[in-house]
Design a protein around this ligand. Structure first.
Ligand code: PSV
Ligand code: MN
Ligand code: MN
Length: 386
């Protein structure tokens, strides 16, 4: 059996999205849960619990304006006091009437400028929080053939992004997320990795692609995209989640753990977890019916587990089998690693680091859920989209 590169495991870091701690749902119903955060500070405090129990989640991503505060530097200190840091700043140009027909792609220069200004504000916030990444996901697109000029929209997108990019600091990055549909149903302006790659490549070195695992058509070979983007030096970040049908935002590794294993294998193969790599791992999930803190715990543990299994692949044996045309031998080496139960190894690894062997059980036993339910009364519970 191969030995595991514990340096990679020790350094594994998965950023948590602030919005995962708020309520979320579907267009049919958003269920509230006792103890749901009412403020960004409470979201950060919840994220800190996940990090305390797992050592895996040192950063919390913000969404602007959902997480707006008067003093972002103070928010950064608040996070620091809780043992975490503020991470990616996500822009939001999809909840304003002005953006009905687009934001950075809009035909009206005034609307485009408003969307650009929002991003410049996000960059200012990044300066205060010490965040590295500005993540842009656009809802821009059209619903009917002929509704918009596909080429004109790409050109305007390129122009708007170039303006934003000029304000990205030397230590900052712009990551552009793609999604094949929704809310636009006919054509999305950044539908796939190729479009994101083309747009960020035109910007420069500090622009890269964000790959959200839920944003592909069924059957897409996501690990191929991972391998290609790493090869091109343009895989900026991941939004991890899992899906059964569309952009389900379910717990990563819940729908298809084997896919997560294959993705992590390519990340490791491409150097994405090597020391000094700037590939950022993040979750983008919503917990509609399950409890949120345990939902995030389960998620980071799933990433850790599939990463560990991927680290177990005997690469020398795999290469030998590949190069001698041993199809089934190569597949067996790969599957042996996937089928290995690494939970005992990880429990020991956690205990060596002073962490609970079973973070889910430790959380359940801590009484924390009951405490926040009792404390957080009054006010308005946060939710995705507000
Ligand atoms: C919408 O599809 C979305 O889920 C994108 O994946 C973004 O990353 C996220 O919302 C937050 O804006
Ligand atoms: Mn996403
Ligand atoms: Mn999404």
């Amino acid at each position: 059996m191969t030995t595991i590169d514990t340096a990679i495991l020790d350094n594994l870091a998965i950023e948590l999205p602030s919005w995962a701690f708020g309520n979320s749902g579907t267009r049919f119903k958003v269920f509230g849960t006792p103890g749901t955060p009412r403020t960004v500070q409470e979201k950060i405090a919840d994220a800190a619990v996940v990090h305390r129990l797992t050592g895996l989640a040192p950063k919390v991503a913000l969404h602007i304006p959902w997480d707006i505060v008067d003093d972002f530097a103070a928010l950064g200190s608040f996070a620091g006091d809780h043992g975490v840091a503020l991470g990616t700043v996500n822009s939001n140009t999809f909840q304003d009437d002005d953006y009905k027909f687009g934001s950075l792609t809009h035909t009206d220069k005034t609307v485009r400028q408003k969307a650009i200004d929002h991003h410049l504000k996000c960059i200012d916030i990044m300066g205060e929080t010490g965040s590295r990444d500005l993540k842009i996901w656009l809802a821009d697109g059209t619903n009917y053939p002929g509704q918009g000029d596909i080429r004109g929209r790409q050109d305007r997108l390129a122009e708007s992004l170039a303006t934003i990019y000029q304000h990205i600091g030397d230590d900052q990055r712009l990551v552009l997320e793609y999604k094949f549909f929704e809310p636009a149903m006919y054509m999305t302006d950044v539908p796939d990795w190729g479009t994101s790659y083309a747009q960020v490549t035109a910007l420069g070195e500090r622009a890269a692609v964000c790959l959200d695992t839920g944003h592909h058509a069924p059957g897409t070979n996501i690990e191929f995209i991972v391998a290609q983007l790493l090869r091109l030096g343009k895989l900026g970040s991941f939004d991890f989640n899992s899906r059964f049908y569309a952009d389900d935002d379910l717990i990563v590794g819940a729908a298809d753990p084997f896919q997560l294993f294959r993705i992590m294998f390519e990340v490791i193969r491409g150097g994405g977890l090597d020391a000094g790599s700037d590939v950022a791992l993040m979750l983008d999930q919503c917990h509609n019916v399950e409890e949120k803190i345990p939902g995030q715990l389960r998620s980071v543990l799933n990433v850790q587990e599939m990463t560990t299994r991927a680290l177990l692949v005997d690469v020398d044996a795999l290469t030998a089998a590949q190069e001698t045309g041993d199809v089934l031998g190569a597949n067996a080496v790969f599957m042996d690693a996937f089928y290995t139960d690494v939970r005992p190894i990880l429990a020991a690894h956690r205990e060596e680091r002073g962490l609970p062997a079973d973070p889910m059980a430790a959380y359940a036993a801590s009484g924390h859920a009951e405490t926040i339910a009792a404390e957080r009364v009054g006010g308005t519970q946060s939710s995705w989209g507000a």
